[in-house]
Design a protein around this ligand. Structure first.
Ligand code: FEO
Length: 406
């Protein structure tokens, strides 16, 4: 890729990672990008860095616009290694640059890099830096999604450089929303946003609402949002702001995800009549088998649906390991505003559904009880019970969903 001018004298100088499929355990089937931005002003400034593997790419993009030795400022919005693991190499070619970073960012950066000899200035919300025709204003966004996080707003360009927020793990030849949508569907774009939000930002919905309200109160004029991953919101930045507002408010599809695993197919056999019961109540349903699906994809499907049924066989009187792993991970994401249920099969002792129910309760989510347990392989009579279980769950989901409708 070449540098791309996104606003007058402001360039995307990042890199596209077509190949990454495991992003610290988060599976990224579409790869990602590491976006950083060069501002060619009286004081030449870079906003954010890239992952170490992509430093040469970003530097080549920078060199196509300016001599890196002329760079005066480096803004670091976020210190997670996908953004700062290349900083030492970057600083080696522009050691004169002053780094602007949040206080917590500085503390973390000193652990990730040898900052000896670097000039680091701490900025906080409300601080600004005039670099010529542009003024950069900083807004701290702690825990969105790390303690150090902040965003950089450029008033004269109506541009918000938003670090991870509003990003997506999408490696594409397109850099902007309108370009992407000229050759992909809106579903693909929104699915990538939801995937990112579910896996990275789910725990922070209340903070997101508060920060969005703060941006509104500040009256920031924004006509472009440039995140550190994925496409840049040029045509419709309002779309991503609305999506974040909706997701922080708990918006979800009136749908049921069935997330399950199975040993000898008995739990799997239960799914078909449960699914038919749900569908016969007019509620869409999708099914995810855990060992065939990355956890991050299951998390996304959980997030998109108003309700989820967890299916687990019993093994050694407890739930199946892959189901336990999923629920353990889900608990850490502190989910809200979703209805849950559990079902499964057992041989002689039972215990899987009971344990899954207890695990769901620990997440704080509402759960429909009792769960449904079937012994050995489901009979026709058992399948009829499954069908009614599905219908009953779907009716409760429809009722539960009403409180989120506006
Ligand atoms: Fe893209 Fe939180 O790092």
């Amino acid at each position: 890729m070449k540098p791309i001018e996104i606003k007058p004298d402001i360039y995307w100088v990042g890199a596209i990672d077509w190949a990454v499929r495991d992003f610290h355990g988060y599976i990224t089937p579409h790869g990602t990008t590491y976006n950083n931005y060069l501002i060619k002003d009286e004081q030449v400034t870079i906003v954010d860095c890239v992952k170490h593997d992509f430093v040469s790419t970003s530097l080549a993009n920078i060199k196509a616009v300016v001599d890196p030795t002329k760079i005066v400022n480096l803004i670091i919005n976020h210190i997670e290694p996908d953004h700062v693991s290349g900083i030492s190499e970057i600083m080696s070619v522009m050691p004169q640059a002053v780094i602007y970073i949040s206080e917590r960012g500085k503390k973390g950066l000193e652990r990730y890099a040898d900052t000896t000899g670097w000039t680091i200035k701490i900025v906080k919300s409300g601080d600004s830096l005039n670099i010529g025709k542009y003024t950069l204003s900083f807004l701290e966004t702690p825990m969105l999604h790390w303690p150090d996080s902040m965003v950089t707003y450029i008033k004269e360009a109506k541009l918000l450089i938003s670090q991870d927020a509003f990003g997506q793990h999408l490696a594409t030849a397109q850099r902007f929303d309108d370009e992407f949508l000229s050759c992909h569907s809106l579903f693909e774009l929104e699915d990538a946003v939801k995937d990112y939000y579910a896996n990275i930002l789910m725990p922070f919905g209340q903070l997101i609402k508060a920060k969005l309200a703060e941006i509104v109160k500040l009256g920031l004029e924004i006509d472009m949002i440039a995140p550190d991953h994925g496409i840049i919101w040029r045509e419709n930045p309002g779309r991503i702001l609305q999506m974040y507002s909706d997701m922080a408010d708990g918006k979800a599809d009136l749908a049921v995800s069935i997330i399950y695993d199975t040993m000898w197919h008995s739990t799997e056999i239960m799914i078909f009549p449960i699914m038919e019961g749900i569908k016969d109540e007019g509620v869409p349903c999708n099914v995810i088998k855990l060992r065939a699906t990355p956890t991050s994809v299951a998390v996304k499907e959980f997030w998109k649906s108003r309700a989820t049924l967890i299916g687990t066989p019993t093994i050694n009187n407890v739930m199946f390991p892959s189901v336990a792993e999923f629920l353990y991970h889900l608990g850490g994401l502190r989910p809200k505003n979703r209805l849950m249920g559990a079902f499964g099969s057992f041989g002689w002792g039972g215990g899987g559904v009971k344990e899954a129910t207890e695990s769901i309760k620990k997440t704080g989510l509402e759960i429909v009880e009792p769960g449904l347990q079937i012994m050995y392989k489901p009979t026709d009579e058992d399948k009829a019970k499954c069908y009614e279980f599905g219908k009953d769950f779907a009716r409760k989901v429809k009722e539960y969903h009403k409180k989120f409708e506006k």
